[in-house]
Design a protein around this ligand. Structure first.
Ligand code: ARG
Length: 281
């Protein structure tokens, strides 16, 4: 098992550099207007004023406590899920691979994210329209390896191209439970060689691939259901939704600084801390 050193300068083990940059979208038009995952119910809509306070708290932890630099994109009025910027695409250096959303309801976000990437100097890549890809929701770097989820929202057909585009090996991971419909709902790389994950979300072969490539920390089902895996890792800090005491204790025992944030109103849409942030590498 990997034990993280207490000091800040340990680029060799961190997944993200200490001075991370992320994209967030203030929830000015956040709402629940359709159901595209099992968490969303038109009979259980978010309290948008409370959602705004929870988003502010997440922004504060990331900017002030963790020291991330945060870029903002305005929310389009007709795109209630646009707050989940993790799905905008996948960035590395000057390149941004734009999302091809599975659902019509979220495809309206694509031109807004494209415009933001272009205005911010990214060269924007796309996959063929038939090849669905939901950005960092289904693609997470573990050091120089890209973990890529497929079946629920993103298509495995794109993985070869993504590997060629970014020049990295891709580990394709089949997701088998609709409740963990994006990769970032059921795993996060803590370091380049240590992965936190909920095994029940993956097919047996994906589990075997993860177990043979990483040291793993298992999340229990009750915390996986609280979106414990939907965490933002910056240096030695992990920002995750509150209500996950076991994972919090496991991480603290390894010397990680854990920042729980209450995100109940975003859980109603099937998202939490990671879904609300996109890394700008
Ligand atoms: N309601 C959104 C959807 O179903 C939530 C997206 C959560 N994002 C994530 N990266 N897991 O698409």
């Amino acid at each position: 098992m990997t034990h993280l050193p207490a000091s800040e300068d340990k680029d060799d083990v961190s997944t993200e550099p200490a001075k991370a940059r992320v994209l967030m979208c203030p929830p000015t038009a956040y709402a629940l207007r359709y159901e595209i995952n099992p968490w969303m119910s038109l009979s259980n809509t978010p309290d948008v004023a409370l959602a705004a306070r929870q988003w502010d708290a997440l922004h504060h932890v990331l900017a002030e406590d963790v020291g991330a630099s945060i870029a903002l994109i305005p929310q389009a009025p007709d795109a209630p899920d646009m707050v989940f910027t993790a799905n905008a695409g996948l960035t590395r250096g000057p390149f941004a691979l734009l999302a091809n959303f599975r659902h019509r309801e979220r495809q309206v976000e694509e031109p807004h994210f494209r415009a933001w990437f272009e205005a911010n100097g990214y060269k924007v890549w796309t996959l063929p329209p038939s090849c669905k890809f939901e950005g960092e929701g289904d693609a997470l770097f573990a050091g120089e390896i890209l973990l890529a989820g497929y079946l629920k929202r993103s298509d495995i057909a794109g993985h070869g191209r993504i590997s060629d585009m970014f020049g990295v090996p891709v580990l394709s991971l089949e997701l088998v439970d609709d409740r963990w419909y994006h990769l970032d709902t059921c795993c996060f790389p803590l370091t380049a060689d240590t992965l936190v994950y909920y095994p029940g979300a993956f097919d047996p072969y994906a589990r075997q691939v993860l177990e043979s490539n990483f040291h793993t920390i298992e999340v229990r089902v009750e915390e996986a259901l609280r979106f414990a895996c939907n965490a933002v890792v910056i240096g030695n800090n992990v920002v995750l939704p509150s209500g996950c005491p076991h994972l919090t204790a496991d991480l603290q025992a390894r010397g990680v600084t854990v920042w729980p944030v209450e995100l109940s109103e975003f859980l109603k849409a099937g998202g939490a801390a990671k879904c609300l942030t996109l890394f700008l590498r």
